[in-house]
Write a protein that binds this ligand. Sequence first.
Ligand SMILES: [Zn+2]
Length: 288
Amino acid sequence: MSEKISLEVDGQLKEFEIKREGKMKILELPVKIEVKKGSFLHIGTAPSPLTEKKGAIFKVDRTPVIPATSFKGALRHQLELLFIEKAEEFAQLFNIPDDKKELLKPCIPSPRPTKAEEELIRMGKYRKHCEIKVDDRQISVGNLGICPVCYFMGTTGLMGFLRVSNFYPEREGGVIDQTNIRIDRKTGTAAHGAKVEGEQVKPGTVFNGTISIVFSEPILEMQGIQFGDAREIGDKVIDKWLSYWSEKDKTKRVKILIEKVLLPAIQNIKVLGGQKSRGAGKVDVKVE
Ligand SMILES: [Zn+2]
């Protein structure tokens, strides 16, 4: 017994299976990341006292890997930008009343924002970090509830609906170990102390991984809640941004959240990893 859902990906209708994984129902989106021609990828590891190598890239069993955390950071950022850019469109789509548009603002996901992040909050682009507090049977989530980005990605004390895997290269090879010598702009010779050891993933390298959407898990199921619905704890609505939506068809809600929010955010990821100032990290991301 398997359920299927058809989604429009890159202008084409494709069928995806909703699988049971233990007590959860999951929709898995296969994702392909290609390092662009003329660029390279560098996702570093923290230098360890045991390895002398500087500029090593993240690897599992000697294979370069794009760690889930790295991809998640990029996806969160693209979701934030999407909710800022499409604030008006989404307010209409989700039937948000005019005086409640703040519900769609993404949060700065840290209780201690930097100066630059504080500025973004002051400018009205972002809200303060989402927080769910549970003490002595009291639950508080603030006036705005949890932001739409944390709905997907999760926040402290509350899981999001997305799971991201690590990304592994399609075939072996693809790493170049290159010593970069910075040229002194004035003398045209190697600048003193500018010798940098660095590993890079070659352009054209393709990585595969998955983004899974958790449709339901036992506790939500007991409440009759699934991905696309606003969650409730006690009698408190957590995901207030979804509570005005007039679309009652659960499958349509799922389709809209994936096609209008998740897929565009995934496809908008254009850079990953470090050394961006050197032109690194340009990628194409596709859902297959
Ligand atoms: Zn948030």
